[in-house]
Design a protein around this ligand. Sequence first.
Ligand code: URA
Ligand code: SF4
Length: 192
Amino acid sequence: MYTDWEDLQKDCMSCTRCGLCETRTNLVFGVGVPDAEIVFIGEGPGEQEDLRGEPFVGRGGQLLDKYLDAIGLSRKSNIYIGNMVKCRPPQNRDPKPEEQDACIFWLREQIRLIRPKIIVCLGRISAQRIIDPDFRVTKQHGEFIEKNGVWMMGTFHPAALLRNPRQKPDALEDFLRLRDKIGEVCTHTTLA
Ligand code: URA
Ligand code: SF4
C-alpha cells in the first residue's frame, strides 16, 4: 500500500506485472488532479494513448472532452481519468481478465489515494469490473449506485458513441445526471 502518489507513479511506470508490458510504447498512468472528487475509468490505451502516454487523446478522447466541458469538468482542473489496464492491448483487443487482474492493483491504489466521491465507468469493461459483473451499458447507463460510500455510474464508452452516434443524447443525459450528483455529494468541485 502506498502513502505517496509520486512513489506509486514511479513504481507503476516500470511495471511488468502482465504481458502487455512487452508491447507498450508508453505506459498510460492517468491524467487529472490528485484531489479530484470525480474519477473516470476507461478500458485501456489505444494507439494514440500508447504513443503519447496520456488517456483519451484520440478521437474518442476529443468526444469525451466535449461531454466533460458541457458540464464544467476538465482533466486540467477537477477530475482524474484512468484505465482498467495501463498498457495498450495489441490491435486494441479487449484486455484479458488476467491482465485486468494484474493491473487493477495500480488503479485501486490510485483510487485509495484520491478518495473520490464519484466514479464514472466508461464502457462495459470497466463497469463490469467495478460496478457489477453483469452490467449492461444499454440498460443501466446513467444509474447511480452507492458502494462503500462512493457513488458509481456507468455510461457509454466514447468509442461506442463514435460507432453509434444515435446514443449521444442518452450519453449527454448521463452527464447531466452526473452534474446533479456532483452538486449533491461533492464539496470542493467547482464547475466551470
Ligand atoms: N479508450 C480507453 O478506454 N481509454 C483510453 O485511454 C483511450 C481509449
Ligand atoms: Fe503492469 Fe498494467 Fe501494464 Fe500490465 S497493463 S504491465 S499490469 S501497468
